[in-house]
Design a protein around this ligand. Structure first.
Ligand SMILES: *[C@@H]1O[C@H](CO)[C@@H](O)[C@H](O)[C@H]1NC(C)=O
Ligand SMILES: *[C@@H]1O[C@H](CO)[C@@H](O)[C@H](O)[C@H]1NC(C)=O
Ligand SMILES: *[C@@H]1O[C@H](CO)[C@@H](O)[C@H](O)[C@H]1NC(C)=O
Ligand SMILES: *[C@@H]1O[C@H](CO)[C@@H](O)[C@H](O)[C@H]1NC(C)=O
Ligand SMILES: *[C@@H]1O[C@H](CO)[C@@H](O)[C@H](O)[C@H]1NC(C)=O
Ligand SMILES: *[C@@H]1O[C@H](CO)[C@@H](O)[C@H](O)[C@H]1NC(C)=O
Ligand SMILES: *[C@@H]1O[C@H](CO)[C@@H](O)[C@H](O)[C@H]1NC(C)=O
Ligand SMILES: *[C@@H]1O[C@H](CO)[C@@H](O)[C@H](O)[C@H]1NC(C)=O
Ligand SMILES: *[C@@H]1O[C@H](CO)[C@@H](O)[C@H](O)[C@H]1NC(C)=O
Ligand SMILES: *[C@@H]1O[C@H](CO)[C@@H](O)[C@H](O)[C@H]1NC(C)=O
Ligand SMILES: *[C@@H]1O[C@H](CO)[C@@H](O)[C@H](O)[C@H]1NC(C)=O
Ligand SMILES: *[C@@H]1O[C@H](CO)[C@@H](O)[C@H](O)[C@H]1NC(C)=O
Length: 537
């Protein structure tokens, strides 16, 4: 033991203060933590979407926590990204599809939701905020104010006009359009995002914490790999088995209409897509390595939470649907979610049910923002990351999807009627107006269930017991215990009309759950559509 007298302690503190002042690197430690959110586009986790990201696994997953049950509230880019930004379910942020009419980056979104997105709230409490990459699918379009529009709360803004591209695109650089061509060393978007991110770390202030959101085009189509990766994974094909090329004969109309088995040309097409998706992810792996090295060089790594996730999953041949997302099955709804940061132990795996609506609340919680001042549907999972075993966590979430369709100008698929078709190389309809559904996804100690209702002519119901049937091969809607069915139906209606804290009420398999038959809902036949269902007492 040794002791310092008060005089010497003061000298020490002054000296430390002086060093802290002259070396901004060390100053970072007394600040609030920084947060980095890396968001990929269309990256699945169910079919091996994380396999190419070896460095990311070492640098983030092995140093932190992997959530093996992370879901999106809607398996489509714009509704999902809007959920991430607002911490809300689609029925509360009102972004229902990828078009302006469906509120994707619309004026209504800009007025009613964007100012309260979590990055704007972080900015209001002194965070420096940096965005790079794809924002919302209609961002930059004329009807949404063009690239001049910089959403409130962002200090540094490098956003892609519209949907994911790798070359020949326009970026909004703090509101000014900048066009890029197709020279790899100047324009490859994933690398441009890496470079502007490293620049930010060099020129940011060292006296305020920061939030960075880096949103890559990979592995979204058109799947253009960096030249050095064009020949990687030569023999890789989409995984077979499970529900690959299986005819979903007990499922809703859209799945039943798929041609099964698929044609050879469809299979060739999806295998090629699968391989190219992996190749594009290799540049994301490089981005993450560079970013973490730079954080370390600046002495910030230990004080930074790093989140890695995707906006939705993907399918390549599951239930004979060649390629896309938008379906209610695990491959489309489940996403990777890895987090490292101060206080998170290494190599943890959590099976707790978390969702994209939780990212905002979690990040605000990390920053010390009072969540009671927000009205977010999601919940902070920070306590789960700090202590995996001792948290009374939720047991269910809501999934909502509004089918896209009515594309009358699609001459390739006249037989499909109103629907968004994917005609490469065979016409297989991947979406339609009546592919509109809502589900309760439950993961509790003794139950792993999904209950879904469709807003279609059949008022179709799909139920899966994922404990017994992880590939969702058998719809048990007709055989499951009637009492469970009734409770799940009721719970779905409660969640569809929830807002903020009322979205956190106990689920059917939570010991605190109470069935309340007093809550009456309109008959399903009467409602306009599922996303507007309201409860009344
Ligand atoms: C778009 O958002 C506005 C504001 O939230 C809402 O009033 C409107 O109903 C939404 N449109 C659709 C198609 O949901
Ligand atoms: C980029 O645009 C140029 C000019 O239109 C075109 O020649 C080129 O093929 C495009 N490159 C890519 C990768 O699409
Ligand atoms: C691409 O840009 C680099 C760096 O400016 C330049 O050296 C190279 O010549 C360009 N390549 C082409 C094909 O224009
Ligand atoms: C990124 O920066 C590196 C190093 O300065 C440079 O070699 C590379 O060409 C840049 N890439 C892009 C796409 O700007
Ligand atoms: C890929 O398949 C070809 C032909 O079947 C084989 O010759 C080659 O060794 C394989 N390559 C790898 C990397 O496995
Ligand atoms: C499709 O591929 C299978 C297996 O490679 C082959 O046996 C079959 O003849 C092919 N069918 C057509 C129509 O090319
Ligand atoms: C937020 O509200 C909850 C429930 O009313 C309360 O228990 C908690 O103390 C509040 N938190 C803060 C920081 O005020
Ligand atoms: C988590 O909480 C439990 C119960 O309170 C405790 O025994 C354990 O040490 C905690 N673990 C960590 C990593 O804090
Ligand atoms: C998106 O939703 C809006 C509002 O309901 C609708 O008018 C539009 O047709 C939808 N777009 C597609 C592609 O389905
Ligand atoms: C409708 O189909 C046309 C022709 O295939 C296509 O160019 C357009 O992008 C489609 N629109 C939507 C909203 O999917
Ligand atoms: C769904 O829409 C398609 C295209 O309009 C139609 O052919 C089909 O009968 C509808 N099915 C149901 C169950 O609503
Ligand atoms: C789900 O399957 C498991 C394993 O077969 C079984 O124990 C459980 O009772 C099933 N749950 C329901 C609700 O059918």
């Amino acid at each position: 033991m040794f002791h310092l007298d008060t005089g010497r302690l003061w000298v020490c503190l002054l000296l430390l203060g002086f060093i802290g002042f002259s070396l901004p690197k060390a100053e970072g430690r007394s600040r609030k933590p920084n947060v980095v959110l890396i968001l990929t586009d269309d990256q699945d986790v169910a079919m091996g979407g994380m396999t190419p990201l070896k460095k990311t696994k070492e640098l983030i997953a092995d140093q932190g926590i992997t959530f093996s049950n992370a879901y999106v509230a809607s398996a489509l880019c714009c509704p999902s990204r809007s959920s991430i930004l607002t911490g809300r379910y689609p029925h509360n942020h009102h972004v229902i599809n990828n078009t302006i009419e469906g509120n994707c980056s619309s004026k209504a979104w800009q007025k009613t939701q964007e100012p309260y997105a979590f990055p704007a709230l972080l900015h209001s409490i002194g965070y420096q905020t940096f965005f790079a990459g794809k924002y919302l699918n209609q961002y930059g379009s004329e009807d949404s104010g063009g690239v001049d529009h910089v959403p409130p709360g962002w200090n540094y803004w490098f956003a892609l006009e519209k949907n994911s591209k790798y070359y020949n695109y326009t970026l909004s650089e703090n509101g000014k359009a900048r066009n890029h061509g197709d020279n790899y060393s100047l324009d490859y978007l994933t690398d441009v995002l890496a470079n502007v991110s490293l620049d930010f770390l060099n020129y940011k202030s060292n006296y305020q914490p920061f939030f960075m959101m880096i949103s890559t085009p990979a592995p979204h189509s058109p799947w253009i790999a960096a030249p050095q990766y064009e020949k990687t994974f030569p023999n890789v094909t989409a995984p077979r088995g499970g529900n690959f090329n299986v005819h979903g004969k007990d499922k809703h109309w859209l799945i039943r209409q798929a041609k099964s088995p698929m044609s050879n040309s469809s299979i060739q097409f999806l295998d090629n897509a699968f391989r190219k998706r992996w190749q594009t992810l290799l540049s994301v792996d490089d981005l993450i390595e560079k970013l973490l090295k730079q954080l370390e060089a600046h002495g910030e790594l230990d004080n930074t939470f790093i989140f890695f996730t995707s906006d939705n999953g993907y399918h390549t041949g599951q239930f004979s649907l060649p390629i896309d997302k938008r379906q209610l099955y695990e491959f489309d709804l489940k996403v990777p979610l890895l987090v490292r940061g101060p206080g998170i132990q290494h190599n943890q795996i959590s099976k707790s049910l978390v969702a994209n609506i939780d990212l905002g609340p979690t990040i605000l919680d990390i920053a010390g923002y009072d969540l009671n001042k927000t009205q977010m549907d999601g919940m902070s999972f920070l306590p789960l990351m700090k202590n995996n075993s001792n948290v009374n966590w939720r047991t269910d979430i809501l999934i909502e999807y509004q089918g896209e369709g009515l594309n009358k100008s699609d001459p390739a698929c006249p037989a499909m009627g109103p629907g968004v078709s994917q005609c490469f190389p065979d016409c297989v309809c991947e979406d339609a107006i009546n592919n509109t559904y809502a589900c309760v996804r439950t993961i509790a100690a003794a139950h792993d269930l999904q209950y879904c209702e469709f807003d279609d002519l059949e008022v179709f119901v799909e139920v899966y017991n994922l404990t017994a049937d992880p590939n969702q091969l058998t719809n048990i809607a007709k055989t499951i215990d009637k009492e469970i069915l009734e409770k799940m139906n009721h719970r779905l209606m409660i969640l569809q009309s929830c807002y903020g804290a009322s979205c956190h009420t106990p689920g059917v398999f939570d010991p605190r759950y109470r069935f309340d038959p007093q809550i009456i809902f309109r008959e399903r036949g009467e409602q306009a559509h599922l996303l507007t269902r309201k409860a009344s007492k």
